[in-house]
Design a protein around this ligand. Structure first.
Ligand code: HEM
Length: 412
């Protein structure tokens, strides 16, 4: 088996190469992969080893980049967001942005998010055929996030397109600048190596200025972030713009593709859809299974800060170490019958948001709420559902995503 295929974006157009990951997990779980245009990396494929790396931020640093791409010192510095920092710097930044994303605070958006979901589903209700991703999953998460950020709803689609261009930066459907297909060196000092981030910086600045000009105290997340904390500290202007761009990138297509993965799995496993229709209380375990099954951000990278042993391999300081969450979430050593889609699965300590890491997803409570609300609103309206054609997948070795899913639906 050609194990280097785990980084070939064209392979993922056919689906996640689960056989290849299983082969690596079983035969050489901490596996060296040569890169065609890079210096190679260690692929960490077993659940337990992923947790070891993820916890130990001293030995495995985020500060030199979290994607496969190698960056020189100048690029790393220019493009740094909270994701590319280690404690204590990371702890400090994260504390400033954490409060509005807590489980408790996020629940207060239930009503607004539900009403958005009802609107979006309402617009396709009655149509016998439509593309689920285009009509529902692509628009909802950003508009839902927009409610929290307090940005105008009519900016939603513009933000979706910007977010897509940043993250889907290897799929020509979403960007004019796919990183491995055209020369993007002119943008190497911009976040996500994309000129789009400048437009988002600009937008964030306008949002901030609008709040500054407004005498009324607003309670949206942008206003909260701009307000000094009890100790008098505020996010700097640059840190705010960077954070805004990060959130638009991180909260856009991740939830979209989890929605698509969840619905696709329910269509392929009608017994599980029937279970959920009979017992709507299963929605919480079902959402966790959608997250595990989809594991949309397939990997995150660290860089070894010291020489260290892992799984019998000698990792040297400076080596790239890549945690393949998509492999860990199907590791038979952790999950019973991992290739069985089971909406009742408990326990289900999946890696979709990262785990036991200081970088564990900031948006996890929001994403769970968005997923729960969408399926709570959608499932009772469906009498029967099937695919009306083949699904189309994103060309990316980083994000696993169904970008088109034509459906045939009989509505209740
Ligand atoms: C199902 C949807 C989502 C998935 C699968 C997902 C996945 C992840 C993962 C795996 C990480 C850890 C990165 C690492 O280990 O270096 C992460 C971090 C992050 N996520 Fe999410 N995410 C989702 C939704 C969201 C949403 C809705 C937001 C919006 C607020 C968001 C914002 C962030 C941020 C800001 C970080 C960086 C946290 C840090 O560095 O401390 N994510 N996400």
């Amino acid at each position: 088996m050609n194990t280097a295929n785990i980084i070939n974006p064209d392979v993922y157009v056919q689906g996640v190469p689960h056989d290849l990951f299983k082969h690596i997990r079983d035969n050489d779980p901490v596996h060296w992969v040569n890169e065609p245009d890079g210096r190679g990396f260690w692929a960490i494929t077993r659940y337990a080893d992923i947790l070891t790396v993820s916890k130990n931020y001293k030995a495995f640093s985020s500060a030199k980049g979290i994607r496969l791409e190698d960056m020189d010192a100048e690029e790393t510095e220019a493009r740094r967001t909270m994701m590319e920092t280690d404690p204590p710097e990371h702890t400090h930044l994260r504390r400033l942005v954490n409060p509005p994303f807590s489980h408790h605070d996020v629940q207060s958006y239930d009503r607004q998010i539900r009403s958005l979901a009802q609107d979006v589903i309402g617009a396709v209700y009655g149509k016998p055929q439509f593309d689920f991703v285009k009509e529902i999953a692509r628009t909802l998460p950003m508009r839902m996030l927009g409610k929290m950020l307090g940005v105008p709803d009519e900016d939603g689609m513009w933000l979706v397109q910007r977010g897509d261009a940043l993250i889907g930066n290897s799929d020509p459907e979403f960007t004019d600048f796919p990183v491995d297909l055209v020369d993007t060196s002119a943008y190497r000092l911009l976040p996500f190596r994309s000129p789009i981030s400048l437009e988002l910086f600009d937008y964030a600045e306008k949002q901030a200025n609008r709040r500054r000009a407004d005498a009324v105290a607003n309670h949206d997340v942008v206003s909260l972030l701009m307000r000094p904390k009890r100790d008098g500290e505020t996010l700097s202007d640059l840190a705010f713009k960077n954070f805004f761009t990060l959130v638009v990138a991180a909260g856009n297509d991740t939830t979209r593709y989890t929605m698509a993965a969840g619905l696709h799995a329910l269509i392929e496993h009608p017994d599980q859809l029937a279970l959920l229709q009979q017992d709507p209380k299963l929605i919480n375990t079902a959402v966790e299974e959608f997250l595990r099954w989809g594991t949309v951000t397939m990997y995150f990278r660290r860089t070894a800060s010291e020489d260290i042993e892992l799984g019998g391999k000698h990792i040297r300081a400076g080596d790239k170490v890549v945690m393949w969450y998509i492999s860990g979430d199907f590791d038979e050593r952790q999950f019973a019958n991992p290739y069985q889609f089971d909406v009742t699965r408990t326990p289900n300590a999946h890696l979709a948001f990262g785990l036991q890491s200081p970088h564990k997803c900031l948006g996890e409570h929001l994403a769970r709420l968005e997923l729960r609300v969408l399926f709570e609103e959608l499932i009772p309206r469906i009498k029967s559902i099937e695919l009306a054609g083949p699904v189309e997948r994103l060309r990316s070795n980083f994000i696993s995503g169904i970008k088109h899913m034509p459906l045939k639906v009989e509505w209740r």
